[in-house]
Design a protein around this ligand. Structure first.
Ligand code: HEM
Length: 235
């Protein structure tokens, strides 16, 4: 640059002649004024190629003043490698099933890892014939039609009950009361076949096991024929 200017301005003093910037004309500056304490031994070239980032957080920052310096992540230089992640705790690992509710939101929900619970016993639905709905039974009950088949209430021992075990003449005992179940057979939501299982015997246990919530006393009140009594002694 200086030689270029010198070819245009022959009167320009040489760089060595102009030791101080005061000697040069005011409008011409050959080189920047030397900085105090700046040694000129090639360190300028080193400065240009030094790409190392400044300290972050800054050396005098508030973050560095914190007592717990472990929370500040270590800054890695280009020639440093990232340390390996900490080894997973194998004791807490399960096979895809989260053990606590604090498991990640992407964890498999436990409901999909367990097979569905099978119902203990399949309950069959029975299609009742037209005109045999529960409402139809209620209407028949209150119609005054004789559903007992007997003139008076009787004391009925098991041996007598046993004789009424056919579809056209079916008696059954529930909670000590004996009913003529024949008129109710086509109205039973569980089907005739199920109800016939207790024909001619005490059906209290089977009834309670099947549907203890059903009020048999109310549903069969117009079918009552007597009361179950112990077998009379022959002696
Ligand atoms: C004479 C006495 C009985 C009466 C009055 C009666 C009445 C009823 C009623 C009202 C239901 C419907 C219950 C509901 O939907 O929640 C029903 C269902 C059923 N009953 Fe009976 N029942 C009698 C005896 C029996 C007996 C002795 C058995 C078994 C041997 C039986 C087996 C069933 C079954 C399996 C159902 C299920 C039907 C379903 O869920 O669709 N019932 N019974």
């Amino acid at each position: 640059m200086a030689s270029f200017l010198r070819s245009w301005l022959p009167s320009l003093p040489t760089a060595s002649a102009a030791q101080s910037s005061d000697d040069a004309p005011d409008n011409i500056r050959i080189s920047p004024p030397p900085v105090e304490g700046d040694d000129d031994d090639g360190s300028e070239t080193e400065k240009e190629t030094d790409d190392s980032p400044p300290a972050f957080p800054s050396l005098n920052s508030a973050q560095r003043m914190q007592t717990d310096t472990s929370s500040i992540p270590k800054i890695l230089m280009d020639n440093q490698r990232m340390p390996p992640p900490p080894a997973p705790n194998l004791l807490n690992r399960t096979l895809g099933v989260p053990t606590t509710s604090r498991a990640g939101g992407l964890a498999v929900p436990p409901t999909t890892t367990k097979p569905p619970v099978k119902p203990s016993k399949k309950r069959e639905k029975v299609a009742l014939a037209p005109g045999h709905s529960p409402l139809d039974w209620a209407a028949l009950k209150s119609s005054g039609t004789d559903l007992r088949g007997v003139d008076t209430l009787m004391r009925i021992p098991p041996s007598v009950l046993k004789q009424h075990n056919t579809r056209d003449d079916a008696w059954s005992a529930f909670n000590g009361k004996v009913y003529n179940i024949t008129p109710y057979l086509p109205f039973h939501p569980g089907g005739e076949k199920e109800l016939m299982r207790v024909a001619g015997r005490d059906g209290t246990k089977l009834f309670a096991l099947t549907h203890a919530w059903v009020n048999a006393d109310f549903m069969l009140d117009s079918c009552l024929v007597g009361f179950l009594v112990p077998e009379p002694s022959t002696s």
